[in-house]
Every structure is written in C-alpha cells, then in structure tokens.
Ligand binder design. Structure first.
Ligand SMILES: [Zn+2]
Length: 317
C-alpha cells in the first residue's frame, strides 16, 4: 500500500496540491485558510465515504477528483452519499446552531437609555409608526435631532455587536466571498479580512446568524458581524454589485432526493479540486474550487470558483 500510495494516487495528489498552491495568490488573505485544510485529508488513498465497500482497488481508477470537503470520493455513488450526508448535516446543524430565539430590547428603549432621545420623542415616534408604519429607527430619523449614527450605535447595543466602518473595503475581493444572490437576498456585506483569519461582515439593521454561520464554515475564517450606517451600507452595496462575482447557477429541486441528485451530477461533471456545502436559510450553497489552467496561472489568477445554489420547489424544510 505505501508503494502504491507513493507512485499513484498520493503522487498525483501531491502534484495537484503543488499546482493549486502555485495558483493561490499568497498575498490574498482569503486564500490562507484553503491552504490549511483543503488537502489535508485528500492525501488519503481511500474513499471519504465511510460506508464505501470498494476498498483499495479504487487506487487503480486513476481518478483524483472530485474532492468533496477535503476528502477524495471514488465514484458517483459515493459522491451521492457524501453530498447527501452534507445536506442532512446542514438541515440539522443549522437548526441547532442558529435557530436560537434571543429577546432584544426594543430599539426605542435602547435610544432612550442612551439618552439619545426623550420620552416625548419616543412617544411621538411610536404614535407615528402606528399610523404610517415603518421601522422605528427610520421613523425617529424623521425627527431632525436623531441622526443615522445614533440609530446605528443603538442597533449595535441592541444586537451586542460592533459598529463597523468601510475602512479597507475592497468590493472586488469581497465579491468572491459569496454568491450575489445570497448577498441580495439576505442583506449582508463582506467588508474586509483582518490578518488571515477574521472576516468582518456588515449588516444594515439586524444581525443574521444564519449568514454568519454559513460564511464562517464556507470560508474557514472567523466571522465578526456588526452593523453599518445605513447610507454607508447602501453605497458599499452599490459598489460590490459592480464587481465580478464567481459564476453561480440556481437549481430548484422538487424534493430532497432530487436536490442531492442534482448536486452530485454537477460535482461529478465539474470535478473540482475541492467543494463544500453549507446552508444559508433555505438555500443550500455548494462552492466548488476548480483546477486552474495554465493561462490563468500565468496571469496570476486565483483558483476559479463556481457556486451552485439549491432550493426546494416547495417549502418542505
Ligand atoms: Zn467510495
């Protein structure tokens, strides 16, 4: 076995890893995590499907990809199983980790406790809100004395999170962190990476734990979520929409089995050097890191990414 490992699969994977390492821009902090975990378990010559019965003979298949969540899979049947397990994990894990109800002090009371508004201002705003609707923060801003900054600071206190700025914001780099559809659907903005391990994530008026949790696991970076001033958020959002996002396709499946089948087919067709599935609300997001071809490598481009967003036709979740 060690000899086979050295000359066949192990050797090929070592070359693949070397190719990939060359394709990664070492100045790009977003890639630091990929070097840490992407190939750790794919060196193993055995299939990453724990229930696989094919054994060591698969070494002769000459198939090094696809790699899914750091593990090599020997064939379409095993791909289907590991994809199915990942989707089942996301269904369960999301509910446990994210769906936690937290009581929050109403924003008006936070502003009152901070001395930003008076009781009369709050009473007036609540009366106006009852008649005209709208969020209390927006209604209060109709009052000239209440600024956007006061509202953002109060939101930070309400959610127990920092107020973030757009310092070092690079829309082109940040657009690689998420498919555009998710960014639009859930109103978040990747803002910057600090060091090589921390991603700052901005929200306009509420922290969405499902988004933070999904991005944390997809990127391998720790996510620090915070609120951003409304106008600054809108400006940054406009700028990122002008950037190039990784190509993404949206698939709608009739049920869970169909979704697993579609993801497996795409994984088998694309044969990425790694892929991962996380769930963001009702979307299953599969990101695939593809092999870099020679011309891209010479141009110093990053490993190409392709995203797949899967949703169920009926609200079966
Ligand atoms: Zn297998």
């Amino acid at each position: 076995m060690p000899v086979l490992d050295g000359i066949s699969l192990g050797g090929s994977l070592a070359r693949l890893e070397k190719d990939h390492a060359r394709s990664v821009d070492t100045r790009d902090p977003a890639d630091a995590f990929t070097r840490r975990w992407r190939f750790t378990s794919s060196r193993l010559p055995t299939c990453s499907n724990a229930a696989c019965s094919s054994g060591w003979l698969r070494l002769w298949r000459g198939r090094q990809v696809p790699v899914f969540e750091g593990g090599w899979v020997c064939g379409p049947q095993c791909s289907k199983l590991v994809v199915g397990n990942a989707i089942a994990r996301e269904l369960k894990g999301w509910d446990q980790a994210v769906n936690v109800h937290c009581h929050r002090i109403p924003l008006g009371l936070v502003l009152l406790s901070q001395g930003a508004i008076t009781r009369d201002q709050l009473r007036g705003a609540l009366a106006r809100q009852r008649t005209c609707g709208g969020r209390i923060g927006a209604v209060l801003q109709l009052d000239q004395e209440v600024t956007e900054r006061m509202i953002t600071r109060a939101l930070g206190a309400q959610w127990g999170c920092p107020v973030l700025t757009l310092e070092d914001y690079s829309p082109d780099l940040m657009a690689t962190f998420s498919p555009r559809l998710l960014l639009d659907a859930f109103g978040f903005l990747p803002l910057r990476v600090a060091g090589s391990a921390l991603l700052y994530l901005g929200f306009e008026d509420r922290i969405d734990r499902s988004v933070s949790f999904a991005l944390e696991r997809m990127t391998g970076l720790r996510v620090a979520a915070g609120v951003v001033d409304g106008r600054a958020f809108a400006a940054a959002h406009r700028r990122i929409l002008e950037s190039a996002f990784p190509p993404a396709r949206l698939v709608e499946a009739a049920g869970m089995n169909a979704l697993i089948g579609t993801f497996t087919r795409i994984l088998e067709e694309t044969k990425p050097i790694d892929a991962r599935i996380v769930r963001m609300h009702d979307y299953f997001w599969m990101r695939m890191w593809k092999r870099t071809d020679g011309s891209l490598k010479r141009a110093g481009c990053l490993a190409p990414i392709e995203d797949v967003l899967g949703s169920l036709a009926e609200t079966g979740l």
